[in-house]
Design a protein around this ligand. Structure first.
Ligand SMILES: Nc1ncnc2c1ncn2[C@@H]1O[C@H](COP(=O)(O)OP(=O)(O)OP(=O)(O)O)[C@@H](O)[C@H]1O
Ligand SMILES: Nc1ncnc2c1ncn2[C@@H]1O[C@H](COP(=O)(O)OP(=O)(O)OP(=O)(O)O)[C@@H](O)[C@H]1O
Ligand SMILES: [Mg+2]
Ligand SMILES: [Mg+2]
Lengths: 253, 253
């Protein structure tokens, strides 16, 4: 397999991290060896899956940007058998300036991931809320991009900007990058606004059938330093992420 | 008066833009001449208050970062008498790299705001979801920082990182910067998690009394290219932002 999926959207708070964590767990539970890479200086994915946030920078994704190949001691086992994670660090904020203008600045992540991509069936990357060098590195390294999409004016307004960046990456750096599609998050079909706004989504984006509903259990799980699969395995959001993992596998094959 | 308030939090989707827009309108309706500066390349504040998002870069906040003094043609009148806005542009993404390492890189915004700060009672800055050069410029230029705070694990986890940056700015660049406080957004007192999480908030942050409740009307207003004061003037969130403007004025005096 060897799919590398970037979970990206510059709009903040659309459930990039929630999707990266739960899609990764769902894939790992279908016996696919999965690696989650946390590219966000907020380290939210790291905090949930490793229950702590402070790691020495050379044992995080930071050193992959310093041209170091990914070593075994940067890949941490999570409580789920087939799920591993390379944590983030607050120091990756510095990467933006370190790589600015460097001739290989956009290729650092894809260069280091290459060595390990054969070891995993899926590599999932949680991106920060911006279209900066970190996110561009993720798009250059990825085979596919999945776009969490809240049905809101700001999230939909931002789509054209995201598509422009994706087009540029496909043209200049990574012709193989495909848009896997958009996945609706916080989906509440009762509100009439949802239906009106869906019409405004650019046709260029394929919308996945699986919709992730709203549930207070998501926040409860995180606050209890857990995730939905451990905290509420039969919750509608947990089941939606299971369905999403099946749909993602179908779409990719 | 002449207060310059930065609305900042690197966590995405905590209602920075919603707070910046509605606090600005509420202040302007109390007869305070108010300027909103949109520092986010997403241009969400610009889109709501000016009903369009594309402006030539030299007529946006972009040129203030190029050492140009703020000209009258960058300050746009909104539909509210006492409310003006300097729009953002997608080009401000380039500012991060342009200013990196420049000796005056953190002072560009405060340098250009100085010329106009006497013309306004309040200047409100809507920041992007990151702790990068744009947000640091806003903290260096500000007299006060207001922190929209969603009661969630990720938002609370990020507070110490934000406080560290504020401390550094106070020590190295802007000793007069004060923390006005945190304001709870999406507040829903029925959920028990809210009460448990509130205890985890570092004592260092003063929490304002006004809490901004959740309401579907917020998103409805934005989707109709409007805002709460025009779309739903008696909505509980509109009234909460009116209360917030009174509390902010009291705290500042
Ligand atoms: N389906 C859901 N139902 C209810 N709450 C949710 C759901 N998904 C995510 N959340 C909550 O919404 C908030 C935002 O989600 P999350 O942090 O995953 O978004 P993000 O896009 O990663 O944010 P950022 O832009 O800061 O990286 C979190 O507090 C999370 O608990
Ligand atoms: N009180 C509220 N009740 C319900 N929805 C709200 C409320 N405040 C904001 N929202 C909605 O939540 C979403 C996030 O708010 P907003 O975009 O203002 O956050 P932000 O912090 O500016 O995000 P970003 O980090 O992307 O800049 C928006 O779609 C907005 O309509
Ligand atoms: Mg996230
Ligand atoms: Mg915003």
């Amino acid at each position: 397999m060897g799919y590398i999926i970037s979970i990206a959207n510059q709009k903040g708070g659309v459930a990039k991290t929630t999707t990266a964590i739960h899609l990764s767990i769902a894939l790992s539970q279908k016996n696919h060896k999965t690696l989650l890479i946390d590219l966000d200086p907020q380290r939210n994915s790291t905090g949930v899956l490793l229950k702590k946030m402070d790691f020495p920078a050379d044992k995080t994704i930071y050193s992959a940007f310093q041209k170091q190949p990914i070593q075994g001691d940067m890949i941490y086992q999570t409580e789920y058998d087939n799920l591993f994670i390379i944590p983030s660090t607050i120091k990756i904020v510095e990467i933006e300036n370190l790589l600015a203008g460097m001739v290989d600045g956009f290729f650092r992540l894809s260069g280091s991931i290459n060595d390990i991509s054969r070891e995993f069936d899926f590599i999932i990357m949680d991106c920060p809320p911006s279209l900066s060098i970190l996110t561009v590195n993720a798009l250059v390294a990825a085979t596919d991009i999945l776009i969490p999409l809240q049905i809101s004016k700001f999230s939909i307004d931002g789509l054209n900007g995201l598509l422009d960046v994706i087009n540029t990456v496909q043209k200049r750096y990574n012709p193989k990058l495909k848009i896997l599609g958009g996945v609706f998050t916080f989906y509440d079909e009762r509100t009439t606004i949802a239906r009106a706004m869906i019409k405004k989504i650019p046709d260029k984006i394929h919308i996945l059938k699986t919709k992730i509903p709203k549930s207070v259990s998501v926040e409860e799980a995180f606050m209890l330093k857990s995730d939905l699969f451990s905290y509420a395995p039969r919750n509608k959001v947990t089941l939606a992420y299971k369905n999403l993992s099946s749909e993602v596998i179908n779409e990719l094959e």
